[in-house]
Design a protein around this ligand. Sequence first.
Ligand code: UD1
Length: 367
Amino acid sequence: MDKIMLVVGARPQFIKAAPVVEQELDGYEWLLVHTGQHYDYRMSRVFFEELSIPTPDRQLEVGPMAPAPQVAKMIERLWEVVQEDKPAVCAVFGDTNSTLAGALAADLAGIPLAHVEAGLRSGDMKMPEERNRVITDRLSDVLFVPHKRAADTLKTENVAGKIIEVGDTMYETALKAMPLAEDVKRLSPFGMERGEYVLVTCHRQATVDDAGELGKVVETLFDIPLTVVFPVHPRTEKRLHEFGLWDRWAEHENVTITEPTGYITTLALIYNAAAVITDSGGIQREAYLYDVPTVTLRDVTEWTETVDGGGNVLAGSDPKAIKSAVQKAIDRPIYDRRVRRELVGDPKPSKRIADALGKLASQQRSD
Ligand code: UD1
């Protein structure tokens, strides 16, 4: 049977692809390819287990390395997959190095390319993720956008591909998992109760690769009046050690440091938090869906609906701005929250994506 290739490789992509790969295709089968960008149990396999994602058909096992050789190696290995399996269409997700590699590989092999989560812009071309998005959107034949604003952005940029508004599969996955996230028993490994703590995550290069920036964030978090629960991304852990900040951080009585948490545990930590402080795109959205007040450690966000809709404050790295936003966030009563179910439309984003990919593959076959 002809195949539709889905390229994933990093944590957020497993979440975005999970509902898509669950969809039945008419006349095609999925070819799920894992680049290996995220490779250990905590960053990869736990997501496949918790979200019941089938084992990837191909594991490219491109491990950690500098971005240029990493992307080059992914392209080389994707080329081998393409030669053997001859997929009719390739779809990529989000904005990581795996997205870029999948897009370039499809383009160079002459396979129609679809981008899930197209049209998002932070306006900051210094971020590798922003460059990955812009390049991928340029190369795509079909651009699946989460909302009208993203569609308008792409029209302004005059992209060549077809723009289809489908909604956001990350909201879809998080809403489906909500009954599990509500369960306060999931907080017991951290010794926490609902509303007793603030969840903190950070991993972006702009936040963690600069000793001054990371030091500022660490110092600011010590002053928060609630316990900080902090699942540490491997990049952040490495930097905290390099910059000599780890011991101070790990030994602080106000801070509970943990390994990266699995998907369901992360959702439970978000759902039950007094507030969330993050630089992650996914966590901003999950908190918005569950209506948990959020302070984002960036000056800009691609997820503008979370700011416009209230609840997400962009505080950058300024200690005063962070502290005042966090205070406001934790002052908001927890019983006042209303889950934004309407963010997941009908038909679901994953169904729209699977149908459109099937159509694209059929057009390809009849050409
Ligand atoms: C990547 C994405 C980012 C996404 C994030 C989600 C790019 C450019 N960035 O950032 O958009 O939001 O994933 O988590 O693609 N490591 C491990 N174990 C793993 C994976 C990584 O220890 O399973 C270590 C690596 O050795 C590396 C570091 O973590 O030093 C960072 O990994 P990397 O793949 O560079 O990207 P992320 O920072 O995770």
